[in-house]
Design a protein around this ligand. Sequence first.
Ligand code: AKG
Ligand code: FE2
Length: 356
Amino acid sequence: MEAQAPLSLSNHAIKELSESQAFTSSIPSNFHTFRNSDEELRPEDFINEEIPIIDFSLLIGGTAMERSEVIHHLCMACREWGFFMVVNHEIPKRLMDEMLDAFEKFFNQSEEEKNEYINKYALHPIRYGTSVNTHEDKIRYWRDYVKIFVNPEFHSPVKPFGFRNTLFEYAASTRKMGEELLKAIWESLELNTEDIEVALDIKSCFQIIIGNLYPPCPQPELALGLPPHSDHGLLTILLQNGINGLQVKHNNKWLHIKPLPNVFIVNIGDQMELVSNGRYKSVLHRAEVNGKNTRMSVATIIGPSHEAIVAPAPQLVEHDHHLAFHGMRFKDFLEQQQANPLKQRSIFDLLRVTND
Ligand SMILES: O=C(O)CCC(=O)C(=O)O
Ligand SMILES: [Fe+2]
């Protein structure tokens, strides 16, 4: 089948493109992504049974013994996997559904309404767009998104009706869960819990909520929704609408992660790898698209405060006799990461301490 010519419009929503029927059988050539044949997955590469499961209720309401078992399990999950599933969390199913529904209504607005939030500046508090970084990327991705900063200052689009209230409640609930998980992860590194505030200024944590929309794609084997990347923060809490698409790299192999009802996937981000002196790995992941269904995800990224200079915890450096990374002010890290094309982990790799 002949490929369509590259699509030159700089910000053309994938949703409208998918619905326009302009590309019913083949997609524009600038959406073609390169994948090695060993990166192709087989259906049997679903591995949910093996992914570590963290029972949140035991972390906050269990006996001392139960809590310490969960923390032990978290240590293994963060070191060997970089991600885990969270079950028995306190976020109501009703709120999870309402959040997905609110984002769906956001994307269902007219292009004119959504385009109000197109913004070039990487740290603008509300940014709607397509692909990853429309102005920088040569390859385009089959994804529309809206990124909203919700803490320490809360922002929200005014429309659609009810979006703001749902976002506010969802942001507060995921932040609470994120803070509990962060404290537990800190403990799993055998660091003093009081030091977490000094190191990361969690009270003013920088929290972003990203709504991702991946409409049906006529050639899903050629396109990607999101290329391989790691997340910039400390933790990402991912909610999905029940459609497959998330893949993570584990032991050098891409694996499918099936979305399960009422379960969050949590992954370690770059700042956690940094502060843990490289003990905990910020995992590479990507999003596939499919030919039939619209996939949606809501990623909540919890980071340190903008002003925190994030560096490996001194106790870990001393214990390991090795400094794995240079420190950097989180805001500077973000500015660079968000303004550049998403190339695996390029900004993060610049902070790695090398011996030459
Ligand atoms: O849609 C997904 O499953 C992944 C989303 C993601 O990785 C992100 O927004 O950073
Ligand atoms: Fe991500």
